[in-house]
Design a protein around this ligand. Structure first.
Ligand code: ARG
Length: 464
């Protein structure tokens, strides 16, 4: 005879290897608290539908509280032979309450039970990530404000391009993470649809009030289709996509910081507390937080692709493959949570090396476009201006000089359009402040964007 809760039609016991193979407790123990809350909401529906008495409801309610308490103190030990957290909870009720405990699963399947608990857990993860992202955004805004006067070389193709404000750079990351925040908030809408009551796939025959359960558990509404309710994992994919995107943004930031903290760049110094040493080379101070962030990004994107692979061939409705959904999602959430924590710390403690940045600004012909723009303002077609400045750069490079070293007379030999006022164009401040188009790097524009960023963050905070 099988000793399982579902063992009625089985003569033999489950093979031990099969038990180990099918167990999902390693992942779903995380759903314990969520499942207790969902079980209580289900219980209250059973009472409303007269499927349990007031006394039975009270007993079950109290025993669920007791279970939670015992779990917190470590007295409640989960048993892997019961397969998952859900059957551990049900068994606990049955062992304590006998026949009354046997009533809790009325009108419920593990198929709707699992997804209800999963969604509740993901809602909590979503909320946590939103709070952490808000802290990150505040940190980026502070950095932008603190370094509003620092001009750095901007790059394209990792080649020096045009001067930009360091504040403008930090604000660019504010934008990326802001989009992540908006996505997380939007994805909540799907998490907030309650699958409980969908049963195994077809709904339940007990007039269980799914709207009341939604209200009790803080969901917006019940899901609309019982098949979709148990088969859907889009919300898990949403979470994996959102976390993959956050990681990708951090990975790019990491790449910059790894480069900027080299001796060759030297734009920033990372705090000792956020770097590590080498076991053999005494001089080393390595940017491991950034490197690991870049590395872990691969893993999180792998988690996203993993779930896609699980989902793509599943027939309607529930299939046991779906049990594999939790590993990647929890891995991704846990990774991003850690990544946010250490990267916020790293950002808060980094030092900006103005002298190294200034040295770097002196080379690389960053003001070439400004010189061409000068000619355009004097009526030369841009393509011709580009050509003239190109030959100035070519010659200047030959003598290892910078554009700033050129005299007015030298410039005149390339075009008599150059007038004395050209010298004003050949400095970084002028270059920056000329770019005052909406969203450009002029100091005035960046300050406006910082102000707007604070306002936008408040809006998100209200929703968050
Ligand atoms: N442990 C499983 C899970 O987490 C429960 C599956 C229940 N459904 C089923 N039809 N066996 O997904």
């Amino acid at each position: 005879m099988s000793d399982k809760l579902w063992g009625g039609r089985f003569d033999d016991k489950t093979n031990k290897d099969v038990e180990n193979f099918t167990v999902s407790l390693k992942e779903d123990y995380r759903l314990l608290q969520a499942d207790v809350y969902a079980s209580k909401a289900h219980l209250h529906l059973l009472k409303k539908a007269d499927l349990v008495t007031t006394k039975e409801e009270k007993l079950l309610d109290e025993t669920l509280d007791q279970l939670l308490e015992e779990y917190r103190t470590g007295a409640f030990v989960l048993r892997p032979e019961l397969e998952d957290v859900h059957m551990n909870i049900e068994t606990y009720l049955i062992e304590r309450l006998g026949d009354v405990g046997k009533k809790i699963h009325t009108g419920r399947s593990r198929n709707d039970q699992v997804v209800t608990a999963f969604k509740l857990a993901l809602l909590a993860k979503n909320e946590r990530l939103v709070q952490q992202l808000i802290e990150l955004e505040e940190t980026l805004i502070s950095l932008a404000e603190e370094h509003i006067d620092v001009i750095i070389p901007g790059y394209t193709h990792l080649q020096k391009a045009q001067p930009i404000l360091l504040a403008h750079y930090f604000q660019s990351y504010f934008e990326m993470f802001y989009r992540d925040l908006e996505k997380l908030l939007y994805f909540r809408n799907y998490l907030l649809e309650l699958p409980l009551g969908a049963g195994a796939l077809a709904g339940n025959p007990f007039q269980l009030d799914r709207f009341a359960a939604a209200e009790e558990l803080g969901f917006a509404k019940p899901t609309h289709n019982s098949l979709d309710s148990v088969a859907d994992r889009d919300y898990a994919l949403d979470m994996l996509y959102a976390t993959s995107l956050i990681m990708t943004h951090f990975s790019r930031l990491s790449e910059d910081f790894i480069l900027w903290s080299t001796e060759e760049f030297g734009f920033i110094t990372l705090s000792d507390a956020f770097t590590t040493g080498s076991s053999i080379m005494p001089q080393k101070k390595n940017p491991d937080v950034s490197e690991l962030t870049r590395g872990k990004t691969g893993r999180v994107i792998g988690d996203l692709l993993g779930l896609f692979m699980i989902m793509k061939g599943l027939p309607m409705a529930y299939n046991r493959d779906l049990q594999e959904d939790k590993h990647g999602v929890f891995d991704a959430c846990q990774t991003v949570e850690q990544v946010l924590k250490v990267n916020i710390g790293q950002l808060k403690t980094l030092k900006v090396n103005k002298d190294k940045i200034e040295q770097s600004l002196a080379s690389g012909y960053l003001l070439s476009t400004d010189l061409a723009d000068y000619l355009v303002k004097k009526g030369i077609p841009f393509r011709e201006a580009h050509h003239i400045v190109g030959s100035i750069v070519k010659d200047t490079e030959k003598y290892h000089k910078s554009l700033k070293d050129l005299t007015y007379d030298e410039l005149q030999t390339y075009s008599d359009v150059f007038k004395k006022d050209v010298m004003a164009f050949l400095n970084e401040e002028h270059s920056i402040n000329a770019r005052d188009s909406y969203g450009g790097t002029a100091k005035k524009t960046v300050k406006e964007q910082i102000k707007l960023a604070k306002k936008r963050l408040k809006e998100v905070q209200r929703e968050g």
